[in-house]
Design a protein around this ligand. Structure first.
Ligand code: NDP
Length: 289
């Protein structure tokens, strides 16, 4: 039997309706949540991503500020802008779109963002808090994956989760979140020997690599839940994930499509983090989430 599709667009739509009400309530209490999106240069995909993030803010009535800078901007200039946004009381979340031009060290920029406004969850303080199980902003993509598992009522306790990919923004935080939910977690990467032997163990398989068709049907345990984070282009230029969707859907119990799966959930979690940041600012201007 073919797998159930986890529709990230539909789930996002439902969550964003709730978020619009939260924006409304916060605004009535005198604080309109605001997100600043910073773009340096004219990277074509980045332009689309920032536009979608700003549109998502507008859709739910959140204040958004799109700051665009020339590609030859210096690191010092960008750090100055971040400092200004850190002190701007109308802004509760700051997102710097990556990648940045070569002359700018992304880590220097991420660490300059106030942890209270780190809605991407990339700051070392946020990462450390996630590792220790303390409240923090969770990186949006793995957080979106977890929300999808919650949406289908999947109980992670005691299950075997296999995460393919170990980046700081997807794979590692995903593994930590699954661990926090009491899954037994295996992390695979480019040095993993016999990837198939690992993925076949998975009750939940998260593919976050960036390699089209890496996950084939014979690598998936029958009945597994498969979350496809990958964003690749096929030879026709069409967006596709890391999972051979048509074949794997005949083996899995649930599967996310690309597009329309994890992607929309990433932006939805960005909105959620910004709302949490705004709520924290209202409750206590010096508080953490
Ligand atoms: P990175 O390139 O930072 O990480 C890729 C990971 O895949 C690395 O850990 C790498 O291992 C591992 N890897 C590479 N080749 C293999 C292989 N053959 N077998 C097993 N593991 C392998 O990518 P990101 O984590 O940033 O992104 C991953 C994918 O997710 C990309 O397609 C990206 O576009 C997409 N993405 C989608 C988002 C969304 O909203 N849907 C958001 C963010 C990313 P090693 O560490 O050893 O090099």
């Amino acid at each position: 039997m073919s797998a159930h599709i986890i529709d990230g667009k539909q789930l996002s739509h439902t969550l964003r309706r709730d978020y619009a009400q939260r924006v409304n309530r916060l605004t009535q209490q005198g604080l309109r949540p605001g997100l600043a999106v910073v773009l340096v240069g004219q990277h074509p995909a980045s332009q689309v991503y920032v536009k979608n993030k700003v549109l998502a803010c507008e859709e739910i009535g959140m204040h958004s500020l799109l700051l665009k800078f020339e590609a030859d901007m210096s690191q010092a200039q960008l750090l100055q802008e971040i400092d200004r946004l850190n002190h701007d009381t109308s802004i509760h979340g700051i997102l710097v779109q990556l990648p940045l031009p070569a002359q700018i060290d992304p880590q220097a920029v991420i660490q300059a963002i106030s942890p209270q406004k780190d809605v991407d969850g990339f700051h070392l303080e946020s990462a450390g808090a996630l590792m220790c199980g303390a409240p923090s902003f969770w990186p949006c993509t793995p957080h979106g994956c977890l929300q999808m598992l919650d949406a289908i009522g999947f109980e992670l306790g005691g299950k075997h989760a296999v995460v393919v990919g170990r980046s700081n923004i997807v794979g590692k935080p995903m593994a930590l979140m699954l661990l926090q939910r009491n899954a037994t977690v295996t992390i695979c990467h480019s040095h993993t020997r016999d990837l198939k032997a690992q993925t076949l163990q998975a009750d939940v398989l998260v593919a976050a690599v960036g390699m089209r068709h890496l996950i084939q049907a014979d690598m998936v345990k029958p009945g597994a839940v498969v979350l496809d984070v990958g964003m690749n282009r096929d030879e026709m230029g069409k967006l596709c994930g890391d999972v051979d969707f048509d074949a794997v859907k005949e083996v899995a119990s649930y599967i996310t499509p690309v597009p329309g799966g994890v992607g929309p959930m990433t932006i939805t979690m960005l909105l959620a983090n910004t709302l949490d940041a705004a709520q924290a600012a209202l409750t206590n201007p010096n508080s953490r989430v």
